[in-house]
Design a protein around this ligand. Structure first.
Ligand code: SF4
Ligand code: SF4
Length: 349
């Protein structure tokens, strides 16, 4: 049953967090990953800002957001319905969700039906690490928040990480509020966030009509390009899925390839999309993160849609002449990619 499902323990962040016993068990199953993972584990992260005051103030932001995510995760365990269901009409309940989502500050969302393959097979992190994932929820409400463009355009520096950490906290908090609301309507709800992922988010976001998964393996949206953070709440509340495809980025990615060209780790596939899909080398990516001492994020800023593309062009993004026009304008305005050199004030010494 779990053969079609990704194992969260294969994700690089799970692998890097394994204790000795877990490593023994994992590399017995995956001997091909032992050497490279050992090499990465033995290396240390660079500290390009040293122990400067700017770094200490950044580090405080990182620690505060790690704390926030721990708090949200701990509140997200053991959430149960507060009453018997007060309504079982899927249309009425869907209308309630659609009216309430903007009040949580959500910029875009979609409802989709969950299949077995949307779920991870085993947890790789958090309280349920190494336990099978409960795949009993039939629906997901998938949502996103945008990340600050000026911070993403400073990649690969600390500013990008400020934006991504804030994004993780935002979607965690939104998910907690939404799951709690669903509990008060009388249904089960699970806040799918950082250390307690049950589902693989980018393909689920695509299925929920939020955008399309790009060459870099991340969600690309019409409005914010790649600078988005996804969250999801899984539930057994009866809902009406809205699985209208937003758009298909495949043809555009085939011509563009800017994320792959700009990736300092050569971690992103070049060329046409293979049948099995474009692949990212998580180890080559992680190595760059260690070298720059923070989340890299260059692929997010390199994506032309992140910088904004005329809506009329986006409506025909699969058309070859439109693709060429978007790429021509992007090149004229930004060259290979945008990069804001100016450091954020509080990071300067
Ligand atoms: S984050 Fe950086 S290293 Fe990783 S895939 Fe993107 S561009 Fe490459
Ligand atoms: S940079 Fe280009 S190839 Fe990469 S995800 Fe964005 S559109 Fe696709």
């Amino acid at each position: 049953m779990q053969r079609n499902r990704s194992d969260e323990r294969d994700v690089i962040f799970s692998r890097m967090g394994m204790n000795i016993e877990e490593q023994k068990a994992y590399y017995a199953r995956h001997p091909e990953k032992k050497e490279i993972d050992g090499e990465l584990r033995a290396s240390s992260w660079d500290k390009p800002m040293g122990d400067s005051m700017g770094y200490k103030l950044f580090d405080a932001f990182e620690n505060s957001h790690d704390d926030m995510q721990d708090i949200i995760a701990s509140l997200s365990y053991n959430m149960t319905p507060k009453c018997d269901p007060i309504c079982d009409d899927a249309t009425r309940l869907t209308r309630a969700i659609n009216d309430i989502m903007p009040m949580f500050g959500v910029e875009a969302w979609g409802i989709t039906k969950l299949n077995e393959e949307n779920y991870y097979s085993y947890h790789g992190r958090g309280k349920y690490k190494n336990e099978p994932v409960d795949s009993s929820y039939p629906y997901a409400i998938v949502f996103l928040t945008s990340m600050n463009k000026d911070m993403i355009n400073r990649a690969p520096r600390f500013e990008t990480m400020l934006a991504t950490l804030k994004g993780y906290t935002d979607v965690g908090l939104i998910g907690l509020q939404l799951a709690n609301y669903i509990n008060h309507v009388g249904y089960r709800a699970d806040n799918n966030m950082t250390t307690r992922y049950k589902v693989v988010l980018p393909p689920l976001g695509e299925k929920a009509g939020l955008g399309s998964v790009g060459r870099h393996g991340l969600m690309v949206t019409k409005q914010w390009g790649s600078r988005v953070r996804l969250g999801a709440v899984l539930t057994d509340m009866p809902l009406v899925p809205n699985e209208n495809k937003a758009f298909d980025i495949t043809a555009f990615c085939s011509q563009c390839g800017l994320c792959a060209r700009c990736c300092p780790g050569k971690a992103i596939d070049v060329g046409q999309k293979p049948e099995t899909g474009w692949k990212i080398s998580d180890t080559d990516c992680y190595r760059i993160w260690m070298a720059v001492g923070t989340d890299c994020g260059i692929c997010l800023s390199a994506c032309p849609l992140t910088q904004g593309v005329d809506n009329k062009l986006l409506d025909n993004i699969e058309d070859e002449s439109v693709i060429n026009e978007i790429l021509r304008v992007h090149k004229e305005k930004y060259g290979l990619r945008t990069f804001i050199k100016e450091e954020l004030g509080f990071l300067k010494d």
